[in-house]
Design a protein around this ligand. Structure first.
Ligand SMILES: Cc1cc2nc3c(=O)[nH]c(=O)nc-3n(C[C@H](O)[C@H](O)[C@H](O)COP(=O)(O)OP(=O)(O)OC[C@H]3O[C@@H](n4cnc5c(N)ncnc54)[C@H](O)[C@@H]3O)c2cc1C
Length: 393
């Protein structure tokens, strides 16, 4: 058994865990980050791609936006589409703010590189983890690898290990309330080697199901099709995917997405999930460990950053001023923002997807709502304000 000491033990090297470790370092607080997967896996996992204005500001203030500022694609609006007709929601005109398209894997690369150059303790392929004594003053994390056990003794544990991690499930179920909704559809997503032929994202409502046109880099597009959750990918040849994308995304002005070699294919389930509270003793949950949003509102990674911003501020107040008020309020502070993001993500999802069992009345109502957002400045402003990110309190 080998023993280690740190102030904060962080489980998970996703956006939440890495950002927390970086922010703590800036406040002079030590941490050890424990990650189950290897570094390449973390750096190559293609997931989120839209950074809120609020997240970009956070990355800039934290001094890790050099590459983001060079390579990120600033988007000043999105297109909402209805049966091929597009209507632009101009974020900057409506809110004065924009979003930035920059892949989650690039954010993760930047954070890992910064932590390592700052001498950060990141342990990839760390082994099997368990958390102990988090109801006591000195909790610990046990890391079991090849018959050796490392014991990391710390003041606090941050569970940043995503939806399937061990942190949330280590808390007694009686202490947690779960709010959960599973949607009756999923997204079939592809990453294609094709230069984007439009500058902004298209969120298209179509009678065959929702489709999203987006991009990750100057030569890479990311496209999604609404599908059944139990879809068999083997039945979706590249040709079938492109044909369906052309059908759903084809615009009245003749625009179609440009085809390219499909580099990756996958199916993402759609779920809204929140656990309350985010704290149990000295174990704090952050990011996907505590909540999941359907990706329609592009909020997942952004919410993860907001959580760790509040946690880092709370730990700073504790270590600097011995003030625990922000730590005590951590869960409530995060939940206020989380539920607003949940509402927005649910609303965007409900607005744009085809509900297979919807009645004719519901379908008419849904189209009317979309037309309202496309025709009302007030409704468009509400969408824009939420999409670019509500300010951090
Ligand atoms: C297809 C898709 C598209 C998305 N699009 C968007 C978008 O456009 N915008 C947006 O904001 N969000 C989006 N999201 C959501 C976003 O990717 C997540 O919300 C984000 O990754 C959350 O970060 P996290 O650090 O909390 O968790 P994760 O990124 O899941 O990181 C958790 C880390 O913990 C590690 N881990 C897990 N268990 C253990 C363990 N037992 N021990 C040690 N380590 C462990 C994992 O390997 C992982 O590295 C999307 C997600 C998907 C799947």
């Amino acid at each position: 058994m080998v023993k280690f000491e740190t102030q904060v033990g962080i489980i998970g090297a996703g956006p939440a865990g890495l950002m927390l470790s970086h922010l703590l370092h800036q406040h002079g607080i030590t941490s050890i980050v424990l990650e189950a997967k290897n570094r390449a896996y973390c750096e190559e996992r293609v997931r989120a791609g839209v950074l809120e204005h609020t997240s970009v500001e956070m990355l800039r203030n934290a001094g890790i936006a050099h590459r983001l500022d060079r390579e990120g694609l600033r988007h000043e609006g999105i297109d909402l589409g209805l049966h091929g007709y597009l209507h632009r929601i101009p974020f900057v005109e409506l809110t004065g703010k924009a979003v930035t398209v920059y892949g989650q894997q690039e954010v993760v690369k930047d954070l890992i590189s910064q932590r390592l150059s700052d001498g950060g303790d990141l342990r990839f392929e760390c082994g099997e983890i368990s958390v102990h004594d988090f109801e006591e003053d000195r909790p610990s994390i046990h890391v079991d690898k090849e018959d050796n056990v490392d014991v990391i003794s710390c003041d606090y544990i941050a569970g940043c290990d995503g939806f399937h991690g061990i942190s949330r499930s280590s808390i007694p179920p009686r202490a947690l309330t779960v709010y959960d909704r599973t949607y009756p559809f999923a997204w079939l997503g592809i990453l294609a080697e094709a230069a984007p032929s439009r500058e902004e994202l298209i969120y298209m409502h179509h009678e065959r199901g929702f489709a999203l046109y987006s991009m990750r880099a100057p030569r890479i597009t990311r496209l999604y099709l609404q599908c059944k959750p139990d879809v068999d990918l083997a039945e979706w040849s590249d040709d079938r995917i492109w044909n369906e994308l052309h059908t759903r995304l084809g615009c009245s002005d003749g625009w179609r997405p440009t085809e390219g070699k499909i580099l990756q294919k996958g199916v993402t389930g759609m779920r809204s999930f929140v656990v309350e509270p985010l704290q149990f003793g000295r174990l704090f949950l952050a990011g996907d460990a505590a909540h999941i949003v359907p990706p329609t509102g592009a909020k997942g990674m952004n919410l993860a950053f907001a959580d760790v911003h509040y946690l880092a501020e709370a730990l700073r107040a504790k270590y600097r001023d011995n003030d625990e008020a922000k730590l005590d309020a951590y869960s409530a502070t995060c939940l206020s923002r989380i539920w607003k993001a949940q509402r927005f993500s649910w609303w965007m999802t409900s607005l744009l997807h085809l509900f297979y069992d919807a009645s004719p009345f519901d379908r008419k109502r849904q189209v009317a709502e979309l037309q309202y957002v496309m025709s009302s400045r007030a409704a468009a402003t509400s969408l824009a304000e939420n999409y670019v990110g509500l300010p951090l309190d």
